[in-house]
Design a protein around this ligand. Structure first.
Ligand SMILES: Nc1ncnc2c1ncn2[C@@H]1O[C@H](COP(=O)(O)OP(=O)(O)OP(=O)(O)O)[C@@H](O)[C@H]1O
Length: 258
């Protein structure tokens, strides 16, 4: 349930504007990779290229390659919807489907895929909620609306929803930025557990969070406003936070800019 992502010479555009330039990186399976860098350097844009969400934005396109265990995600004939099923995403603000119960939120993707058998649906729901560390808190109110949960619980519900379709990779775009500190710790704890089964990529503004949860860290930067973002360096997290190879990385992680 966990695959490796290889990105080669990737350039990312919004129309004529090049938002991210020339990224090459490998994201290891069964690990957590953090993307850090100042606002506007293209972390979220780049993240969305990994499951072909970027092209949903009008004018959004890429040059270069992204492969999942050597399968080219941008090859002609590849169905972007299937890619998004294989590479799930969790957003900044918890976004449970507002009219659906907790149960139906978790099962929405599975139902879209045509699964109808009650035993399979029940088993998947419980497994996903347990994996998202939410089962004990909601098992007695599965018919209640997803939006009746706290913000942190809603985010774990969204993670359960993403897991239910058994993705290979889980992309998380600042998953804690709308949450209080206790819920943030719960999500960080969960991220640490998820890497046993998934390739996890997290965009975060919070450097302590990157240091706490990730195995590898990629630092992005941009030369000036309006210029494309670039990957400055990527390494195991301990190295990035103790002895980065670039001066600009050291300046960023020590709070001198950004
Ligand atoms: N829909 C869009 N259309 C055009 N340009 C966009 C769009 N979304 C983002 N951009 C631009 O792409 C660049 C990268 O933005 P992006 O949101 O990916 O950066 P980021 O590093 O994730 O920033 P933040 O940390 O503030 O979320 C910015 O110059 C931004 O203005």
């Amino acid at each position: 349930m966990s695959k490796r992502v290889d990105v080669s010479d990737l350039h990312v555009y919004y129309g004529d504007f090049k938002a991210v330039e020339d990224v090459t990186m490998t994201i290891a399976p069964r690990s957590v990779t953090a993307f850090i860098g100042p606002s506007g350097c293209g972390k979220s844009t780049f993240l969305r290229t990994l499951n072909r969400m970027h092209e949903v934005t009008p004018g959004g396109r890429v040059e270069g390659t992204v492969t999942l265990d050597s399968e080219d995600l941008y090859a002609p004939g590849v169905d972007p919807v299937a890619v998004r099923r294989t590479i799930g995403m969790v957003f900044q603000r918890p976004n449970p489907f507002p009219t659906m119960s907790i149960r139906n939120n978790v099962l929405a993707g599975l139902r879209l895929n045509g699964v109808k058998e009650k035993a399979t649906l029940d088993e998947t729901m419980e497994r996903s909620l347990r994996a998202a560390n939410l089962w004990e808190e909601v098992k007695d109110r599965l018919g209640k609306p997803g939006v009746s949960l706290s913000g942190g619980q809603q985010q774990r519900l969204c993670i359960a929803r993403a897991i239910a379709v058994e993705p290979q990779v889980l992309l998380m775009d600042e998953p804690c930025s709308a949450l209080d500190p206790i819920s943030t710790l719960a999500i960080e704890d969960l991220i640490g557990r998820l890497k046993a089964d998934y390739t996890v990529v997290v965009v975060t503004h919070n450097m302590q969070q990157a240091a706490r949860v990730s195995d590898s860290t990629a630092f992005f930067n941009l030369a000036a406003t309006g210029k494309p973002g670039r990957l400055v360096e990527m390494n195991d997290t301990a190295t990035i936070f103790s002895t980065p190879s670039q001066r600009v990385t050291e300046d960023y992680i020590s709070g001198r800019f950004g």
